[in-house]
Design a protein around this ligand. Structure first.
Ligand code: PLP
Length: 467
């Protein structure tokens, strides 16, 4: 690492904030965001000071502070480098900032957004290894346009993997590789053109609406109860496609009961409809044996949609759809029109990651991490707000907290934000955006144990019964 300019560090000399504080904050941010990676060497305090117009002593103090915090390591003779612990589970974590306040954005002490995996655990090294391996070994033909359905190596790997871990009934020729679940959903709906698409309520309603729009279809919301989707209510709609999350309902966490699964497949058969099974966080189960996919029970009726957005990182934009054979050509045509196929180097890298066992190793590591965070959330709520009922904990990295009757959940969310804690109402996932019954969806994937403990303690009084 050469000079301060390469780190994009700038200091504001007009405001009241000390230059040392700015330098510290800038370096922390560079490490958290990955611009400075473990092992990167920082400029000497003399060079950094000269670049930024600071005394060498100020830079030294700043390096000492960040060394004490664990971001940096100082070694005699080799200068100051970014600590290895500053990546992965030991990362001093990013706490997002919220807008507002009079002196700039207040610092969030804890944020609980649902659906975000631990970004500090994104498998940077494994991904870099896989991409490098592909670039070193793939034949020239791998860099040509390819089959819009995906590269054969990944389609084979995914079919075998999903057969093994998700009891999916698939061969490679049924697998589409796409840019995440959202694209898979949209392409299948373009191929099927069902006219009306049903989705779970609460559920991923905004995603279903966006995907349906591209096929000219309308969306109807169908209620979910504690057995999963209400199939009798579904049958009263004119839908010819339905988006479901049977293994871990999004966001309630309910597992679809066997009788509902059976009824859903009967409905699909009788209606000549397609079931879009969103298997979004299947990799992370804690209490139960894995729940097999619906697709495995009816491969001619069900599309299994998967993604690496939870298992690796959303930014990779990689997912798949396992298709009934009769839909393969139409979906391939839609994918060809959309983008001619997902980036082949990324596809090959994912195949290498899975094939080498690194994908499973990564999952084992992060699963243990999420289990610790889940325990921390349950314990913090039990200690500080025992009246709150927590559910949906069997899988994934979010839970649902039912608040005492009469709680105004929107007020709770607003007050918590004033205290620097990001809470999210389940109303965001309801078709009518209703805040009642009052529930919060607690995502804990990207929230450290410490943040969970401090964050829950800071808002516990808001979660207790009023009066
Ligand atoms: C229910 C559900 N399924 C799937 C996904 C992942 O979508 P994608 O693979 O397009 O990132 C999300 C993202 O948050 C989600 O909430």
């Amino acid at each position: 690492m050469g000079r301060a300019a390469e780190l994009l560090l700038t200091l504001d000399r007009t405001g009241g904030r000390s230059l040392r504080a700015q330098l510290e904050a800038g370096l922390r941010e560079a490490i958290r965001s990955g611009r400075l990676a473990p092992g990167d060497r920082l400029p000497s305090s003399r060079t950094m000071g000269a670049d930024l117009g600071l005394s060498r002593g100020v830079v030294q103090e700043c390096y000492e502070q960040l060394t004490a915090e664990g971001y940096l390591v100082a070694r005699t003779g080799s200068g100051t480098t970014v600590s290895e612990a500053a990546w992965g589970s030991g990362t001093p974590t990013t706490v997002a900032t919220a807008a507002g306040g009079t002196n700039g954005p207040p610092t969030m002490i804890a944020d609980f957004p649902a659906g975000v995996p631990d970004l500090a655990s994104a498998p940077r090294r494994d991904w870099a290894w896989a991409v490098q391996d592909v670039c070193r070994t793939a034949p020239n033909a791998a860099f040509d346009y390819g089959d819009p359905l995906g590269v054969p190596e990944l389609r084979e790997t995914l079919a075998a993997y999903l057969r093994r871990v998700r009891a999916v009934d698939a061969t490679a020729d049924q697998v589409l590789v796409c840019n995440g679940m959202a694209q898979g959903l949209s392409l299948v709906l373009q191929a099927v053109r069902p006219g009306v698409v049903a989705c779970e309520d609460p559920g991923a309603i905004a995603t279903a609406r966006a995907a349906s729009a591209s096929s000219g279809s309308a969306v109807v919301a169908v209620p979910v109860d504690d057995l999963g989707l209400d199939v009798a209510a579904l049958a009263r709609t004119p839908a010819r496609a339905v988006v479901v999350t049977p293994a871990h309902q999004w966001p309630t966490g309910v597992v679809m009961a066997p009788e509902r699964r059976h009824a859903l497949l009967t409905w699909a058969h009788d209606r000549d409809a397609v079931v879009l099974e969103d298997d979004y966080d299947a990799e992370f189960r804690y209490d139960r044996e894995p729940i097999g996919t619906l697709q495995g029970l009816a491969p001619d009726r069900v599309v299994a949609l998967g993604t690496v957005s939870k298992s690796l990182a959303p930014a990779l934009r990689l997912g798949w759809a396992v298709l009934p054979r009769r839909l393969v050509d139409a979906v391939a045509a839609a994918k060809d029109t959309a983008d001619r196929g997902t980036a082949a180097v990324d596809q090959l890298a994912l195949a290498r990651l899975i094939g080498s066992g690194r994908y499973d190793r990564h999952l084992r590591r992060v699963r243990a991490q999420y289990a610790r965070r889940r325990t921390a959330l349950v314990e913090a709520l039990a200690t500080h707000a025992p009246e709150v009922d927590v559910s949906g904990l069997a899988a994934g990295f979010h839970a649902v907290a039912s608040l005492p009757e009469g709680t105004d959940v929107d007020v709770v969310v607003a007050r918590a934000r004033d205290r620097g804690v990001g809470l999210y109402s389940i109303g965001l996932n309801r078709s009518d955006r209703s805040p009642d019954p009052p529930m919060l969806v607690f995502g804990y994937g990207n929230t450290t144990v410490r943040e969970i403990q401090v964050g829950i303690a800071a808002v516990a009084d808001l979660l207790r019964p009023v009066g």
